[in-house]
Design a protein. Sequence first.
Length: 198
Amino acid sequence: MGKRSFDIVVSALVLLVAWPLLAAVAVLVWTSSGLPIFFGQQRAGMGFRLFRIWKFRSMRTEESGRLITVEGDARITCVGAVLRASKLDELPQFWNVLVGQMSLVGPRPEVPRYVELYREQYARVLTVRPGITDLASIVYRHEDKLLSNAPDPERYYREVVLPDKLKLALRYLDTRSLALDVRILFHTLLAMLRPQIH
């Protein structure tokens, strides 16, 4: 089975099997903080083509500001904090995978502003579809906690975290295979089930 066929089969199965969970999360978001239920944000996809990535909304609708979030961010709702910790806010991205904008495994899609800072590296990274998870998603499982300890979280993300994520993305491109994708998915699941260390 090829990578795209694998993506279609798995994402379709997840959306089919998990629809009661998707519905329950949607109701939780709606009853706790109103509409909209989903949050869409523009990201750079394969070939630098822009697309809208979907998540369950985890922040207050009236809030805006920096592109990154840190642990204890005041913009995050109570329900949103639980969704983020469990990664349930990412479930709508299986739709992005199903329609061909993303893959199950691949470099995480970044906002265009940050992509332009490292356009040369992204010229290679974006030769593949961005993914729901990747090596960096496992390494930076608790990225919000890491950033909260930085004097300037956004600068630390731009100058330290993002370059390291790009190195991991390039390592993935050099060794990618369906077997590696399965291993990354397995380790992502383990990381999600592992309790967060405070």
